[in-house]
Ligand binder design. Structure first.
Ligand SMILES: Cc1cc2nc3c(=O)[nH]c(=O)nc-3n(C[C@H](O)[C@H](O)[C@H](O)COP(=O)(O)OP(=O)(O)OC[C@H]3O[C@@H](n4cnc5c(N)ncnc54)[C@H](O)[C@@H]3O)c2cc1C
Length: 502
């Protein structure tokens, strides 16, 4: 019998697991993906929102503001890149300026500092701002984080403190048995637990509606992004978005924009389209065209247009997407279901959920620990151990790192300067990488200009060496996503040592 079972390892599941790992409790996390962080927390815009725009008093406003304030300490503790680079909403006419003033008022009520800048004030700091921009709202506490590094780091920390992760484990049914919950996975595994925490993203309605009459529906709302090469980052020092976009389906998105990623690339996005499939995150020609078309016009407003007058489409190196879990209640659904004791939801966590997630996890962790009268562990470890990133080292640091660990001397991913040392470390750490995609998420190997064209085969080899696999067994991201389908010549791969595999 588990004390707590968490369904889903996105930012909410990971933050809840980490918060509860401080207590003397047995905790399991079920994740249907082949790695942790398989949902919206992987495919978002990476913005840490200030919290000026959600309606005051809502869960969105409360947890956005609380979450934002946690990021400096949280990211320092877990060695996650985070920058308070600010966020800006620009206005190109008086109507949009009205919206800027409304957002400022809303920010005051949420106790979030924002500055309304007219054009002269704007030009003082951004002299190359486009001619059509009449003013802007600037939020200094906004920032950028690497979302999957954050979530993976929280999972690693939770695992270090005893939380068990079950990957490729899709929860299918939650039911009450006597005074506990029984969670049955698709493969037949059964987990009995005192408490369930439903952090299943776009599938969270399924589990809530199995146990509670207080039903809700989640609509998967797709958004995609384009990623631009490193050469553009010197001209993008803050996030710049348009004013919020009204959607045909009701509600709004925060507006299309340009973001300086903490990894040195530039992100463009995002759009919004309602889907029915809760797992369909494939980028489409339609969504890519939508963003490209948008930026052909929006580009001229941005300071970078002083250097690149037209949107340089050839600078785009890849695209990715994610599904927002949009609830029919238009607010985050957080807490115990009213008619299902010990069943807790973190559901309908659409934007600004990445920002709010750490605070949601702390909140749920506290509630559940109190409910279970749990005692704090004496030996809780707050941080995580990860090898320093070669790419960001000085030459002197690189020499020292190589002298200590010769695997640092072998660059595997040339675009992102990822070394063999970092790849082996990513596989060996708690909740370690088991697929090519999991290595990529932890190290950036394959995220550069060539998108893995050069390094993928070496990553496969290292996975084989570390895990005792044959190359035919290695997958891109679990399931049937094999990289190689067989031999095309006489050569056959040696069988992996069975003992090593076990
Ligand atoms: C396009 C886009 C842009 C966004 N931009 C921002 C932004 O800039 N800033 C911001 O703050 N927020 C942003 N968000 C919102 C943010 O990403 C989400 O609110 C947040 O990631 C939701 O986290 P979660 O843990 O609730 O869900 P998820 O991250 O979706 O995690 C749910 C997990 O549950 C797993 N799961 C589902 N069903 C099962 C099952 N049956 N069994 C086991 N596991 C299961 C999934 O595989 C997944 O790993 C954006 C979202 C999108 C899609």
């Amino acid at each position: 019998m588990w004390d707590v079972l968490i369904i889903g390892s996105g930012v909410c599941g990971a933050a809840t697991a980490r918060a509860l790992a401080r207590y003397d409790l047995s905790i399991a996390v079920l994740e249907k993906g082949s790695d942790v962080c398989y949902g919206a927390s992987r495919g978002n815009s990476a913005m840490v929102h200030g919290g000026y725009d959600p309606d005051p008093g809502t869960n969105k406003a409360i947890f956005n503001v609380l979450g934002n304030r946690m990021f400096d300490d949280l990211c320092a503790e877990l060695k996650v890149p985070f920058e308070r680079s600010g966020t800006m909403v620009i206005a190109t006419n008086e109507e949009e300026m009205e919206e800027v003033r409304r957002l400022h008022e809303c920010g005051l009520r949420n106790e979030v500092e924002t500055l309304v800048l007219d054009r002269p004030a704007l030009l003082e700091r951004w002299p190359d701002m486009g001619k059509g921009v009449v003013g802007a709202l600037f939020c200094p506490s906004g920032g950028m984080v690497c979302p999957y590094t954050l979530v993976i780091a929280m999972c690693e920390n939770a695992a270090r403190n005893g939380v068990e992760f079950f990957l490729n484990c899709e929860a299918e049914k939650v039911e009450r048995v006597e005074d506990f919950w029984r969670v049955t996975a698709k493969d037949g595994k059964v987990f009995d637990t005192r408490v369930v925490v439903n952090c299943a993203g776009t599938c969270a309605d399924v589990f809530n509606n199995q146990v509670s009459e207080d039903r809700f529906k989640i609509v998967p709302r797709f958004g995609s992004h384009l990623v631009m090469d490193r050469e553009f980052i010197p001209w993008v020092d803050t996030t710049i978005t348009q004013t919020p976009t009204k959607l045909a389906s009701g509600g709004h998105t925060k507006g299309m924009g340009i973001m300086p990623s903490v990894d040195g690339t530039v992100i463009l996005g995002t759009d919004a389209e309602d889907y029915t499939d809760p797992d369909d995150v494939a980028t489409t020609r339609r969504s890519i065209d939508r963003i490209v078309d948008y930026f052909k016009t929006f580009w001229k407003h941005l300071p970078i247009s002083a250097v690149y007058p037209e949107f340089p489409v050839s600078g785009v190196i890849t695209a990715y997407g994610g599904l927002r879990p949009h609830p029919d209640r238009d607010d985050f659904i957080i807490g115990e279901a009213p008619d299902a004791a010990n069943f807790f939801n973190a559901a309908g966590i659409e934007s600004p959920g990445l920002t709010a997630g750490p605070a949601i996890g702390e909140h749920l962790g506290k509630l559940i620990a109190e409910r279970l009268s749990a005692k704090k562990k004496a030996d809780y470890k707050p941080g995580r151990e990860v090898l320093p990133t070669f790419r960001t080292m000085t030459d002197e640091e690189k020499s020292r790192a190589i002298a200590k660990n010769s695997d640092y001397a072998r660059i595997v991913c040339r675009c992102e300067q990822v070394t063999e040392a970092e790849i082996r470390d990513a596989i060996r750490r708690p909740v370690g990488a088991r697929t090519v995609s999991a290595v990529k998420m932890r190290t950036r190997a394959g995220m550069g200009r060539c998108q893995g064209g050069f390094c993928q085969s070496r990553v496969v080899e290292i996975l084989c060496e570390e895990l005792g696999l044959t190359p035919l067994e290695v997958t891109q991201s679990g399931g049937e996503s094999f990289i190689l389908t067989g031999s095309c010549c006489e050569h056959s791969f040696p069988e992996a040592d069975e003992e090593e595999k076990a």
